[in-house]
Design a protein around this ligand. Structure first.
Ligand SMILES: Nc1nc2c(ncn2[C@@H]2O[C@H](COP(=O)(O)OP(=O)(O)OP(=O)(O)O)[C@@H](O)[C@H]2O)c(=O)[nH]1
Ligand SMILES: [Mg+2]
Length: 465
């Protein structure tokens, strides 16, 4: 499913935050994490539902709910869209951020990719700034094992100050420890002391100036340190959500406004532009993640990372990334367009041979010509055309794209195309639908109707028009 007005429009947030509990005792758990780390796979395995999964980022674009049961509790799991940070930049990221920040879940499970843990810890650290009821679920442990990456999860748990479990979501049995951890974290007696990010001194000083005031004004409804940090930086979309959550009057409170203005004035002496602010905040989070990860991750095969980086550079650098991508896509289109001619011809020969026999049968039965026209020349003939023209290219194109997906090349295409797509207010993740659009514009296959009706998400067609 793509982005639609319903999933990201003005009404999206309300529906995204409406949680349906089966019993009042049900605990609400948010499944957060970077894109493509296996959140929906975990969600499906635990709830028995069928959320869309696949090997490219950005499949889940709005919240989905499902129920699961542990030894002690029943849970409402909420599968939220993947996000790299809580400083949202896109509509899906806003949905994820809003649920973590304002959805008041009983606990947040941050799903991480075991093969690139350090990058995933950025979101873990940001989530721990909001809630202390956090579980870090290091997924794709089987992939890490295959790549000979060793992870010391007990050490990571001690350093983060929250429970950490390792899972391979495709094997349901590995999810048992996650349910135990959920029982532990949602227990009323649970206490945790999550690791904190230490920001540059000027930011820490500004936070200290307004934190007590914010604590008093919010009555502890939101984490005051996190909220102070966000209020010091004028994040318009978050401010909008805040006034919806805490009430319009909160942001208009004169005492609060005075405090924030004073703190911002002090801060401006050292951090004068939004870019400097972003660098300072993101830099502190990244270096904390780096320190936390030290000794936790070790590589048996030290050349593995070098090879991985070399492949990434080859497929995503400006010099080689675009020519390789264009070449590969051209080969795929060539195979699809020309390769489909042969099975198409075979199919149409076979199906029209049957049409001739059916016509013979209708003549032999002395059937009225209108009946022959309706059933054979109308119904059967249209069906035969559609099948012989559409089936072969689809049967070639989709398996080829599945191969690219499994090899992990689709996210690289998305990365390469992100900047150019942003020029027309789209994003690189729409590469797959763009390729389908290209095929749809190829007249002999008459894909237009089929894809425009069933495959191209409405927002893509609007944005690229
Ligand atoms: N080998 C392996 N593959 C996994 C595991 N968990 C998930 N996958 C695969 O990883 C891919 C991404 O999984 P999803 O569940 O769609 O990821 P997601 O985090 O929901 O992705 P977005 O919704 O795009 O953010 C799929 O191809 C899954 O089959 C795992 O533990 N091991
Ligand atoms: Mg998903």
């Amino acid at each position: 499913m793509g982005l639609t007005n319903h999933s990201v429009g003005i009404n999206a947030l309300d529906s995204a935050l409406t949680i349906t509990r089966r019993t009042p005792e049900d605990k609400v758990i948010a499944l957060a994490g970077n894109p493509n780390v296996g959140k929906s796979t975990i969600f499906n395995a635990l709830t028995g539902m069928n959320q869309h999964t696949g090997n490219w980022p950005g499949k889940t674009v709005s919240n989905a709910q499902g129920f699961c049961q542990s030894e002690k509790n029943s849970y409402v799991l909420v599968d939220i869209p993947g996000t790299y940070s809580l400083m949202a930049h896109s509509a899906e990221e806003e949905i994820a951020r809003n649920f973590i920040c304002f959805g008041e879940p009983d606990a947040v499970v941050v799903v991480c990719d075991a093969t690139c843990l350090e990058r995933n810890l950025n979101l873990v650290l940001q989530t721990m700034e909001i809630s202390s009821r956090v579980i870090v679920c290091v997924n794709l442990m089987d992939e890490a094992g295959r790549k000979k990456i060793h992870l010391n999860l007990p050490l990571l748990s001690r350093r983060l100050g929250v429970p950490v479990v390792g899972t391979s979501a495709r094997k349901k049995s590995t999810l048992e420890p996650l349910l135990h951890a959920l029982d532990q974290v949602t227990a009323p007696t649970f206490t945790a002391f999550p690791a904190k990010v230490r920001y540059p001194d000027c930011i820490e000083h500004a936070i200290r100036m307004i934190e007590p005031l914010i604590e008093e004004k919010t009555g502890g409804r939101l984490n005051s340190r996190w909220l102070s940090l966000r209020l010091l930086h004028q994040d318009c979309s978050l401010l909008r959500e805040l006034s919806g959550h805490l009430g319009e009057d909160f942001l208009r409170d004169p005492e609060l406004l005075r405090g924030i203005t004073l703190a911002r004035k002090q801060l401006k002496r050292e951090i004068s532009s939004p870019e400097q602010w972003n660098d300072a905040v993101a830099g502190a989070i990244v270096s904390t993640a780096e320190k936390l990860c030290r000794d936790v991750v070790s590589y048996e095969n030290s050349s593995y990372r070098k090879l991985d980086f070399a492949i990434d550079r080859l497929f995503t650098s400006r010099l080689t990334g675009f020519p390789l991508m264009l070449l590969l896509l051209a080969v795929i289109f060539w195979i699809t367009i020309y390769g489909a001619n042969y099975p198409s011809a075979l199919l149409s020969d076979g199906l029209f041979f049957i049409q001739d026999r059916l016509t013979g049968l209708f003549h032999w039965l002395h059937a009225p010509s209108w009946l022959h026209g309706l059933l054979v020349l109308g119904l059967y003939r249209v069906l035969a055309w559609v099948v012989s023209v559409m089936l072969p290219p689809m049967a070639i194109f989709f398996p080829l794209f599945t191969l690219l997906e499994d090899a992990g090349y689709l996210p690289r295409i998305a990365y390469n195309l992100d900047k150019p797509f942003q020029c027309c207010r789209a994003c690189g993740k729409q590469a797959l639908t763009m390729c389908m659009g290209f095929l749809s514009a190829y007249p002999p296959y008459g894909f237009d109707l089929f894809f425009s009706l069933y495959w191209i998400p409405p927002t893509c067609s609007i944005r690229t028009a």
